[in-house]
Design a protein around this ligand. Structure first.
Ligand code: ADE
Length: 337
C-alpha cells in the first residue's frame, strides 16, 4: 500500500475550526504543556528533533491536537497514521523511508499496532535504523537503512497494552487527565465564540456538566445546542434551552447516555451491584469489551459511579442514588465501599 493511503485522512467530522492552532489557545493540561514546551525549547536550541513522545489517556482529551501543536512549534511536517492502518511491515517501511529530516510521525491508537510492526519500530526509534529482511529461509539477508532523524508521537487510550520495550523507547510520556469544570467552560466559551453562538454563562454551565469533562464531547453538545436554539429561535441560549437540547439528545445532566445507564443498571439489577467481570458486562449489554473500556468506563470511574476490584466492576452507592435505586448495606458485598 502506498504511504499516502496508509496515512489516515483527516477525520471529516472533526471540526478543525474549533481545534486550537496555537499553544496559547490550548486550555488545560497545564503540566503536560509546561513539560512539552521545555522539551521543544531545548531541542530547538540544540537544533535537533525532539525525543519520541507518548501521549495516553481517555479518548477526546486532545492527544491529536497536542501532536499538531508540537509539530507546529517545531516547524515540522506531521504525518498521521494509526496502529491498525499499518497492516504490514512493508507499510511501515514505506512510511519511514518517506520521512525527511525533522519530520514527525503521529501514530494514533498505538496499542493496535501489529507486533511485527511494533518490533520493527524499536531500532528505528532507538538509532534511526530500519532493518529490512530480503528473501526467505536460508538465503534471507538483512538490509539496514539509515533513516533521517525524526520523531514519533504515539497516542493511545490504553498504555497498559503497549509492550514495555516499546514504551521504554519514548523520551517523554504524558498522561492526559480529564479537564476541570472551569477549563471545560473556557473551551465551550471559546468554541461558542468561534461558531458565533450566543450562550448565557448558565447555558455554558449546563453543557460543561454534561461534557464528561472532555472537550470533544463538549464541542459536540455545543453544536447540537446551537442547532436547537436556532431552530426554536432561542438566542441567547439559556439554561432551560440547553437542558431541553440535552434531553432531546438523550444525554442526562451529568453527561450519561443510554449505554452508560444500561451498564450501571445491568451491574445493579443482574449482578447485585457487582463485582462482575468486564466480559460479562459486555455480553449482558451487547457492547464490545473495548468500547466499554475506552468510551464508557473511564468517565464512570472518574465520577465514582464504578469501582474496580480484583473480582470485577462494582456499582457504587452514588450510582444507585443517581438511578434512584435503593442501596442496601452489603449489597455488593461491601467491597471497596
Ligand atoms: N478544543 C479541544 N481541546 C481543546 C483545548 N484543550 N483547549 C481549547 N480548545 C480545545
Amino acid at each position: 500500500m502506498p504511504p499516502e493511503q496508509i496515512l489516515k485522512k483527516e477525520d471529516a467530522s472533526l471540526d478543525l475550526a474549533l481545534r486550537p492552532g496555537r499553544w496559547d489557545d490550548y486550555i488545560g493540561q497545564e503540566k503536560i504543556k509546561r513539560n512539552l514546551r521545555v522539551l521543544i525549547e531545548a531541542a530547538r536550541k540544540r537544533k535537533e528533533p525532539i525525543e519520541h513522545v507518548l501521549l495516553y489517556g481517555p479518548a477526546g482529551l486532545g492527544k491529536t491536537t497536542l501532536a499538531n501543536l508540537i509539530a507546529k512549534e517545531m516547524g515540522a511536517a506531521l504525518k498521521v497514521t494509526s496502529g491498525p492502518a499499518i497492516e504490514k511491515v512493508g507499510d511501515l517501511a514505506a512510511i519511514l523511508t518517506n520521512m525527511e529530516e525533522g519530520d514527525m510521525l503521529f501514530i494514533d491508537e498505538a496499542h493496535r499496532l501489529h507486533k511485527v510492526v511494533e518490533e520493527m519500530l524499536y531500532p528505528a526509534m532507538e538509532n534511526g535504523t530500519l532493518d529490512i529482511i530480503l528473501g526467505k529461509g536460508p538465503s534471507a539477508r538483512t538490509l539496514q537503512l539509515q533513516l533521517p532523524r525524526f520523531t514519533i508521537i504515539a497516542a493511545t487510550t490504553r498504555a497498559g497494552l503497549l509492550s514495555s520495550p516499546f514504551r521504554s523507547r519514548f523520551g517523554a510520556t504524558h498522561r492526559l487527565e480529564f479537564y476541570q469544570k472551569d477549563e471545560i467552560k473556557k473551551i465551550i466559551a471559546r468554541s461558542a465564540a468561534l461558531l458565533g453562538a450566543n450562550l448565557l454563562d448558565e447555558a455554558v454551565d449546563v453543557i460543561a456538566d454534561a461534557s464528561r469533562f472532555t472537550p470533544r464531547v463538549a464541542n459536540r453538545i455545543l453544536k447540537r445546542v446551537r442547532d436547537y436554539a436556532q431552530v426554536h429561535d432561542h438566542e441567547p441560549v439559556t439554561r432551560d434551552v440547553a437542558h431541553k437540547a440535552l434531553a432531546m439528545m438523550d444525554i442526562d445532566p451529568i453527561g450519561l447516555e443510554a449505554t452508560d445507564l444500561r451498564i450501571l443498571e445491568t451491574i445493579i439489577s443482574q449482578y447485585h451491584g457487582g463485582p462482575v467481570g468486564l466480559k460479562t458486562i459486555a455480553a449482558s449489554t451487547s457492547e464490545e469489551v473495548e468500547t466499554i473500556e475506552d468510551i464508557y468506563e473511564p468517565y464512570l470511574l472518574q465520577i465514582g459511579f464504578l469501582a474496580r476490584s480484583m473480582k470485577g466492576r462494582i456499582a457504587t452507592k452514588d450510582a444507585y442514588a443517581h438511578l434512584g435505586i435503593p442501596f442496601e448495606a452489603g449489597q455488593n458485598q461491601g467491597t471497596l465501599l
